[in-house]
Design a protein around this ligand. Sequence first.
Ligand code: PMP
Length: 459
Amino acid sequence: MVQNYSAQEKTDSLVLKETNFAGYSVGKNWKPLIIDKAEGVYFQDDQGKRYMDFSSQPACVNLGHNNKNVITAMREQADNLVYIGSFLGTPKRVELSTKLQKILPQNLKKYYFANSGSEANEAAVKMVRIFLKREGRFKIISRYNSYHGWTAASTQLTGNPRRFPAEPSGSFPGVVHVPDPYCYRCPFGLKYPECGVACADYVEYVIENEGNVGAMILEPVTGASGVVVPPKEYLPKIRKITSEHGVFLIADEVMSGWGRTGEWFAINNWGVQPDILTTAKGITGGHFPLSLTATNSAIGDFFEQNWLAVSGTYSAHPLGMAAASAAIDEYQRLNLISRSKELGSYLGKRLEELKEKHPSVGDVRGIGLFWAVELVKNRETKEPFDSADDYLSGKTLMVQKIANKMLEKGVFIYTGVVSHLVVSPPLIITTEEIDLAIEALDEALILSDQECEKVGASS
Ligand code: PMP
């Protein structure tokens, strides 16, 4: 590996490579670009090359990079008070809590702030288990095509292959996985709408047959595991089933929240209220590590009388409170929630055009500015280029080849787990910028087309 580095890389990229672990990859494959500037939809490397960010990094810089008003709010906060423990309050924490009351689903009344989406989910399941301790209902239903984080509980909640290497060490017992509303590859081999949304009914079967189920966690629109948008009946049905069985519904909106789907939170698209909502990323637009676990008043009231075993040194960090409060103002000032809905139709149309043209594009799906491009070797059989084993082996996957080619062309795109690209640009992107990124994707897809078995291709 070492001999391939240029002199500049030896002093920068190689230092990182030799001293840092590379997360969610096999270390020898990691060769990071060094990024030293960013603004709006673009970031720039230390060689002066500019890249358009077509995925908001991992779907977090929803406001674009380096939003001036968020930075000013953080700077002002830093001038006054950089740190204070979460057992004390700050004016910005009051301000943020008041704003959250207006934008969260109306039944969510009580907030816990931590530093990452993983922690937000840890807190959610811990709250549920403490709440239900006397009843002994400790099991949590999650879905196979899901990602909920990298810490012990959130890894076990995760359904996708990122969970496999961590099992059983550090695992969190009592998680039961169920199939997803992944219509392109229906696990029941059925077709919507004739299926009657059997994947939702199956959740009731699992609740009844498992016993001791306390909660179900799901991403209302799946993120890194495929940007799966559920059929319209799915979430209302899941809400009905969970409510009837007294099972808490946890909506993991770490990726799908903050305008990504054209609503403040994805679950609003289906008029469903979860018992707990977890979120991070877009809450500060990536400007500061912050997460939120918001609960209904039953859980809120319970912990008025009972010991809540969660908190960290950096919970409700003053810089995070200032950043999130300013970020909410920016989403509103720039009308980014409705903009996401409007631009989403345009982005979807452009991606559908790519599907028409490229035989290796098996499916495109999405909502708002949140889309997946799923690649296949063969459209008829839907055979993917790579497997979960390939993903974990460190093999260069087809989606990575496409992403690398796009990077050469100056466009960053995030690869999902395992066979799709995640298109989730900053909500400030313009149609002209979408066109430029689509052009790069169009050219890069020639790579996958070349390795495609041409059966069933439309071109
Ligand atoms: N849940 C979802 C849906 C996510 O997309 C992520 C991060 N990609 C997480 C949880 C974990 O968040 P974090 O990386 O901030 O711990």
